[in-house]
Design a protein around this ligand. Sequence first.
Ligand code: ATP
Ligand code: MG
Length: 325
Amino acid sequence: MSGNIAIDLGTSRTRIYAPKKGIIMDEPSVVAIEPISREIIAVGEKAYQMLGRTSKKVNVVFPLLGGMICDYYLLEGMTKDFLKRSRRARLIMPKAIICIPGEITDVQKMAAINAIESAGIRKVHVMEAPIAAAIGAGLDIESPHGFFIVNVGAGTTDIAVTSLNGVVSSFSLRIAGDQMDDEIVKYLRRKYNLMIGKKTAEEIKIKIGLVLPQVKKLVFRAKGRDSVLGLPKWVDITSEEISQIISSIASRIVSNIGEMLELTPPELVGDILTDGIYLSGGCAQLQGFKELISQVTGLKVHLVEDPTGCVVKGAAQSIKRFHFI
Ligand SMILES: Nc1ncnc2c1ncn2[C@@H]1O[C@H](COP(=O)(O)OP(=O)(O)OP(=O)(O)O)[C@@H](O)[C@H]1O
Ligand SMILES: [Mg+2]
């Protein structure tokens, strides 16, 4: 059936993939609302632009937080808007494979399916994100071969071992990019009395956040407000300071990778020793992250070709591959 799609409902971004067309929507998972009536004012990129710049008349909300659905009504409204904008008028509603973050509970899963079905999808199938990431990375997951996949997103880090088309063991950690942003906000406030928003913190992390100490020192001029005087203020932040914050969170992710390796069945460990670890997700692109994992585990680490798009791509490939729909 044509018109079927794959949706990756990420904590920070939602991506929609249509076979033969590719990614037809890739926007922040954000909604701007009127706080009393909760009427939706803007969705996606437009709502994200309002983040930290709103008056009392507008609230900017992430319907997914830390890998959990925290607002079903807004999730439905957001998905409805994305679907409307991503497809031309069609009488038959598409079916979809969706990937949702982390180890979501069955109750949350059902609620997500309901929200998406009421947003205009005829039938929803849920797919485990690590399997989708592996397929999107081009791994032959149908073979009796173990693959070790780590997806570091915004709200969650998924660590999984797959073999024979299934997840052998997996672990979902509520530590990823968002937490690094939060720690940067806290640090600047504590150290410099500088209040910045989430968007600036994310920009600092992407521009000067290095996981391993590097020779080159980078500087970022962070602009915000003095928390004591209330006046506009800027501070030049160095990559060394930011790296300390980011590295402590990255190390917690790496120690969980180590624990998962210890739990992996011996037959599959052999495959992983030969192949190494496949790393995906937006946060996997942090400079030095791949090297840190390799240093600690002693394994090769491959950053997959399209770290942020591989989950939705893999889910889309499954539409015909597994006859899910
Ligand atoms: N070039 C980059 N360098 C470092 N971090 C990045 C880069 N690009 C994006 N990120 C970070 O990656 C995270 C988003 O990754 P991704 O799009 O995979 O998450 P998501 O799918 O929305 O979230 P989740 O899978 O946790 O639900 C954000 O924290 C973002 O700041
Ligand atoms: Mg994701």
